[in-house]
Every structure is written in C-alpha cells, then in structure tokens.
Design a protein around this ligand. Structure first.
Ligand code: BES
Ligand code: MN
Ligand code: ZN
Length: 495
C-alpha cells in the first residue's frame, strides 16, 4: 500500500472512494459537511434514514453521491460529537480500511485524519492511520495455493491519501508518514517470519534473510557457523543445537550509520525456529505454536529493516543465535552439564529451558562491541504469559534509566512493557549441586529466574531483557504473529 499526505476538498477528490466521519445524532465532520453541501443535502438525507448510527467504527458505503467526483463515499461513525479518544480514532480508521477491503476501491482519500483527537497532533494521526491501515490489510498467504491467492489479490486498497488541513502538509507530518511506513514494513516482515512454517523458516532461512537485508540496506553481515562457534567456546548454544539436523547459525547484522566512535545499541533475538522441548518433550497439544519461538529474532530483523529504510544515523547491531530444539540420539539429556562461552558451567535440568542456553552465549559474544546498551528479546517463558498475559511484554533490567526509556517507548508506541523484578533473592533458585548454575529455577517466579539466569552473563554492560512469550503471537481463530515488540524497539531507537 502506498501512502501520501494531501489537503483538499472531499467533494473534489477523483478517487475510488472518499472516507469521511459522522458523529452520533447525525452530526457531520467538516469533510462530511463539505460533501453534504456539494451534494445539496444528500449526506444529511441518508443519515436521517437511520442506516448508520454514528457509533465508533460503524460504516455505510454510498455510491455515486451527486456533486462529488469520487465513485464512492464511505461514512464512518466517530461516536459522540467532539474530540475523539485515541483508541476511538484508531478504531474508526481500522473500520474504514476494513469496510473497503471487500470492495473494488483501490485509490482512496481518507479524511478521518482531519478530525480532532484529544491531545494529539496531525503527525500522530498520520502515523496511526498508516500503521492501522497496514495492520488491517495484513494477510499471510505465502503458503496458500495459487487459486486462493488470486481470489484475494483482486481486492484491497493500493493507494491511500491521508488528508490533513492545508497548513499541516509540512515537515512533521511528512516525517511521521516516512517513519510509520518504515515501521509498518518492519512489523509486517516480522509477522511474515513468525508465521512461516518451521520447515521453511529454519536457522538457514533466517541467515539468508539477514544476508539479503544486508544487500538491500548496505549493512555488514556475518554468519557464524558451528565450527567458529566451537572455537569461541559456545558450548551452551551448541548443546541446544546438537539434537537437530538443521545447522545452527549465529547472525551478526550491523547497521553502522552513526558516528564512528558512537557506542552501538545491540539487539539480541532468540531464534529457536522450533521448540519441541527436546528430551524434556512438550505435550503435543498446540505444539505447532512453538514455530513462534523465533519471534525475538524476527522482531530484531524487523527492527533492522525499519531503521534500514529510515537510514537511521545510529550504530545498531543485531545478534541472533538460531537453531532448533529437537529430541534425538544426539540431543542433550537432563543432567548434562555444558560450558558456556563465559566459562560458567550449566547443569541442564530441563532441556525445554533452551532459550536462556542459546542467549547466554550470544550475550557473552556481544561484549566485544563495547555496547552502550544490550536488549535481548525472547519468547522465553510460559510463566511470563501467566504473569502478564497478552497485554504487556515483561521488562527486566537492573538499569533504571534504560528501563525508563523502554517503558516510555512502549507507551508512545502502544506496544507496552511492564517492569518485573530481578532481585538477588531469586538467584538462589538457580543453584546447582554439580555446576555453576542450573538452567531452571522451578515454577515459582519462572519468568524472573529465567531473567536472573541471563543476568549472570550481562555484568559487563547495561542490559535489559524483554520476555515476549505472551505478546509475540495470538492463539485461537486469529492465530498469527503480532509483530511486537518492533514498534517499541523502533520508537526506542528513534528517541
Ligand atoms: N519457548 C518456551 C516458552 C514459551 C512457552 C513461550 C509457552 C510461549 C508459550 C521456552 O523455551 C520454554 O519452554 N520455557 C519453559 C521453561 C521451563 C522448562 C523452566 C516454560 O516456560 O515452560
Ligand atoms: Mn523450551
Ligand atoms: Zn523456547
């Protein structure tokens, strides 16, 4: 979908559809009033017939409205007359795009961006419209048969003109458009990677994506193979990988567009392309969803894509340990002890706690970049889903300033995080009789002890951990990746 910022009269738009808002009790938005005047009261007449009540998100499609140049007019309910709440604006915008999905309208002029939203400016409204529009037309049909694809391709908006007042066609709104379009691209890339089946989206596939992104955006890329990782002493990561026939990869993708001496932000993403649990096998029901166990990696790649599009003047490095967690004759057993790159030994009491085992070596590896901050993103624990559900991602950090920045980026992007504890008191749960630590800390505080485990590998730099197990994908009828926390990460990097 293409976007542009426009200003002009609703009745003068030569498009397939003009979208204008109406309030409850038949009150018209400015654009709707302008249409009404041009059509000599046609809009009012329709409203009086009572086919649309003006409730937020209600819609009514009109054809060949007299006195207007567009083929169609879509009326969209905005609720009670007056400034809209943020969430109502979003709801109305989503409804407007959804209503057109089933029509033949391709070029669309949306005037909802002209209505007042409390406490928000035109730039915000533009950004929200871009993101909501992209989101509501997102489909994942890469794996559908040819016929299904052709049926769907015929429909859908191709070009969306976002209308604002004349004086608001300025640098701010244009920047907002650019940023939100780049973010939307990153989000949909992340969703695609997450939604791909695990027999396609393998560690090798993720590495290929990084290689092709490096070409497109002029990034530096390095893929570490098993032999190199053996030399580096990544016994913990390779222990997880050894049960699978898929070769593990460590992807290092560098966006070096900031000042030479500027310390980089490093993003580390968990890339388990399928998590069976290993020898500590997971129950069969719903196991297909463990294809999403690479959503941390996918969100890091999506973020790199967004900042690549924006040519962001910062140094950002993505590091992705990626492999499968499979049971086999080669797999690690409960009781096995591995030595991590840091030198610390780990007793594997449960092979299903594999995320931390691949992340710990990646977290040691990134020390070489002398990072300003390291943020790891992982679908790490079921316990985090129990604690926070699908609303907030879990945020763990010993650094208050970094935590505050991430909390604020979450609020601004509506991709929120909730801060969780990391107290020393939880560390006792990770004690092992035979190694430096165990890889599990029991059921109580499971997301916290997982974060505590990681913290033992991050003492040399400022670090935060995001547990996205509850937020990275949806289950049920609308099963699919959400693209979170790409909005949060891009917002954080832009700040
Ligand atoms: N990938 C899972 C975490 C997960 C579970 C994410 C459910 C989303 C939904 C992770 O590798 C895992 O299996 N964690 C275990 C840890 C336990 C063995 C200490 C868990 O959460 O059950
Ligand atoms: Mn697991
Ligand atoms: Zn996992």
């Amino acid at each position: 979908m293409e976007f542009s910022i426009k200003s002009g009269k609703a009745e003068k738009q030569r498009s397939d559809c003009v979208i204008v808002g109406v309030y409850e009790s038949a009150k018209l938005s400015e654009a709707a009033a302008s249409l009404d005047k041009a059509s000599k009261g046609f809009v009012e007449t329709v409203l009086k017939r009572g086919d649309i009540d003006g409730k937020v998100g209600s819609t009514l499609l009109l054809h060949s409205v007299p006195g207007t140049e567009a083929d169609r007019v879509l009326l969209v309910g905005l609720g009670k007359h007056g400034a809209l709440a943020e969430k109502d604006y979003r709801k109305a915008v989503i409804a407007s795009v959804k209503a057109l999905a089933k029509t033949g309208a391709k070029n669309v002029a949306n005037f909802l961006s002209e209505v007042n939203v409390s406490k928000q400016d035109a730039a915000w409204k533009v950004a929200q419209m871009v993101e909501a529009a992209r989101d509501s037309v997102y489909r994942f049909d890469a794996m559908k048969g040819k016929k299904d694809k052709e049926d769907k391709q015929a429909k859908g908006i191709e070009k969306l003109d976002i209308h604002v007042a004349e004086k608001e066609v300025n640098h701010e709104t244009k920047e907002a458009l650019k940023q939100s379009a780049a973010l939307a691209l990153g989000v949909s890339f992340t969703k695609d990677l997450g939604n791909l089946p695990p027999n396609v989206c393998t560690p090798t596939y993720l590495a290929e994506q990084a290689l092709s992104m490096a070409k497109t955006y002029g990034l530096t890329v390095q893929i570490l193979e098993r032999e190199e990782m053996q030399k580096l002493g990544m016994g913990s990561f390779l222990g997880v990988a050894q049960g699978s026939v898929q070769p593990p990869k460590m992807i290092v993708l560098q966006h070096n567009k900031g000042k030479k001496n500027q310390k980089p932000v490093v993003l580390v993403g968990k890339g388990i392309t399928f998590d069976t649990g290993g020898i500590s096998l997971k129950p069969g029901e719903g196991m297909d969803e463990m294809k999403y166990d690479m959503c941390g990696a996918a969100s890091v790649l999506g973020t790199m894509r967004a900042i690549g599009e924006l040519k962001l003047k910062r140094n950002v490095i993505a590091v992705i340990p990626t492999c499968e967690n499979m049971p086999s004759g080669h797999a690690t057993r409960p009781g096995d002890i591995v030595t991590s790159m840091s030198g610390q030994t780990i007793e594997i009491l449960n092979t299903d706690a594999e995320g931390r085992l691949i992340l710990c070596d990646a977290l040691t590896y990134v020390e070489r970049f002398k990072p300003a901050a390291v943020i790891d993103i992982a679908t790490l624990t079921g316990a985090c889903v129990i604690a926070l559900g699908a609303v907030h991602s879990g945020l763990f950090s010993g650094d208050d300033a970094l935590a505050e920045d991430l909390l604020s980026a979450g609020r601004q992007s509506q991709d929120t995080v909730w801060r969780m504890p990391l107290d020393q008191a939880y560390h006792d749960q990770l004690k092992s009789n035979f190694a430096d630590m165990a890889n599990i800390g029991g059921r109580p505080g499971g997301s916290v002890t997982a974060a505590c485990f990681l913290s033992k590998y991050t003492e040399k730099y400022t670090w935060a951990h995001l547990d996205i197990a509850g937020t990275a994908w949806k289950s049920g009828a609308a099963k699919g990746a959400t693209g979170r926390p790409v909005p949060l990460l891009v917002n954080y990097l832009l700040a």
